[in-house]
Design a protein around this ligand. Structure first.
Ligand code: NAP
Length: 280
C-alpha cells in the first residue's frame, strides 16, 4: 500500500523525537500506520487532544496523527505522531485528508479556534469524511461570581469601563491589540510565548506561565499585583478554572468572553463517545 506523504519541511514526532521531514523521507514515510483500519486526524490545540491521542494509540484498530498549528515552540509530546503547521485553508486540509486517506477527523482544537474548525467542517463535508468535535463544557457562573459576559475582545475592552483599573488579562497573546482601545488601564498579561511588543497596550506588564495554576498561586498573584478585574475567555475545563475560583474568593469581577458560535458540527465532551464514533 502506498500513501502520499506529509509535505516536505513539516515536522513529525513520535514520543520525544523530533524529525525534520526531508525530500527523501517524504517519499517513503507516512505518519499513519498502514496496519490499522481507521486513519484518524486529530486537530489538536486543547488538552482534550492529548487524552484522545492516548486512547487512539492504545487501540490497534486505529492509526492517528495529531496536528498542531505551531503556536507553541516546544509542545509536550503526544502518544501519536505529530505534524505541525497550517494546511493552507480548507482546500489544503482537504488535500491532506485525501493524500493521507484519512477516514475520520476529530476537532479537538481550543473552543476559540474558530477558523480551523470552520476549515475542518468545509474539508470534511467536501470529501464526506466523518467529523466530530471534542470540546470541554463552558464554565457556568456560580451565584457568588460577578461576571460581565461579553461577545469578544473588543466588547471586553469596552466593558472595563472609563476609570483606570488594574486588569489581569488571561486571553493569551493573540488579540491583545484589541485592548489598545482601552489605554487608560494597567494590564498584567499572562502568556506562554512572547507577544509582539507593538500589539500591547501602553501600560502592560507581561508575565510568562503555562498552566495549570493552583488556586493558591492565582490568589497570591492577584493579591501581589493588586488586580481589580480579570479578563478571560470562557475556555472551560478544570486546568484554567483556579483563576475563576480566585476571583470569586477575592470578590473580583470577571469579564467573561463567550465562545464563538459552534460551526454546526456534531460535538461531544465525552472521550468514550469519540471512541465509539471512531470504531462505529
Ligand atoms: P484559528 O484562528 O482557528 O486558526 C488559524 C489557522 O491556524 C488555521 O486557519 C490553520 O491554518 C492553523 N491551525 C489552527 N489549528 C491548527 C491545527 N490544529 N493544525 C494545523 N493548523 C492549524 O486558531 P487560533 O485561534 O489561531 O489558534 C491556533 C491554535 O492554538 C489552535 O490549534 C488552537 O486549538 C490553539 N489554541 C487557541 C487558543 C485561542 O484562544 N484561540 C487558546 C489555546 C490554544 P491553515 O488555514 O493554513 O490550515
Amino acid at each position: 500500500m502506498t500513501f502520499k506523504k506529509p509535505s516536505i519541511g513539516s515536522v513529525v514526532t513520535r514520543a520525544n523525537e523530533l524529525t525534520e521531514i526531508g525530500a527523501q523521507d517524504a517519499l517513503s514515510l507516512s505518519p499513519f500506520s498502514s496496519a490499522a483500519r481507521r486513519r484518524v486526524l486529530v486537530l489538536g490545540g486543547a488538552s482534550e487532544a492529548r487524552a484522545l491521542s492516548a486512547r487512539i494509540a492504545a487501540d490497534p484498530r486505529l492509526s492517528g496523527v495529531v496536528s498542531l498549528a505551531g503556536r507553541t515552540s516546544a509542545p509536550a509530546p503526544y502518544d501519536l505522531p505529530m505534524r505541525v503547521g497550517g494546511f493552507g485553508g480548507a482546500e489544503g486540509l482537504a488535500r491532506y485528508l485525501k493524500e493521507e486517506r484519512v477516514t475520520h477527523v476529530v476537532d479537538a482544537t481550543h473552543p476559540f479556534a474558530a477558523r480551523i474548525s470552520a476549515n475542518a467542517r468545509a474539508a470534511c463535508a467536501a470529501l464526506s469524511v466523518p467529523l466530530l468535535a471534542l470540546t470541554r463544557p463552558p464554565w457556568r457562573k456560580a451565584p457568588e461570581d460577578c461576571w460581565i459576559e461579553v461577545a469578544d475582545n473588543a466588547a471586553a475592552a469596552f466593558a472595563l469601563g472609563p476609570a483606570p483599573r488594574r486588569v489581569f488579562l488571561t486571553t493569551g497573546r493573540q488579540g491583545v491589540a484589541d485592548f489598545r482601545a482601552a489605554p487608560q488601564h494597567d494590564y498584567l498579561l499572562r502568556v506562554i510565548e512572547p507577544p509582539n511588543a507593538e500589539e500591547l497596550p501602553p501600560r502592560c506588564e507581561v508575565i510568562y506561565g503555562r498552566g495549570p495554576f493552583a488556586l493558591e498561586e492565582e490568589l497570591a498573584l492577584m493579591r501581589e499585583k493588586r488586580v481589580d478585574i480579570i479578563v478571560t475567555k470562557n475556555s472551560g475545563g478544570a486546568l484554567a478554572y483556579p483563576k475563576i475560583e480566585a476571583a470569586r474568593a477575592l470578590r473580583l469581577p470577571v469579564v467573561m468572553i463567550a465562545r464563538p458560535e459552534p460551526a454546526g458540527v456534531a460535538t461531544t465532551h465525552d472521550l468514550d463517545r469519540v471512541m465509539m464514533f471512531l470504531n462505529a
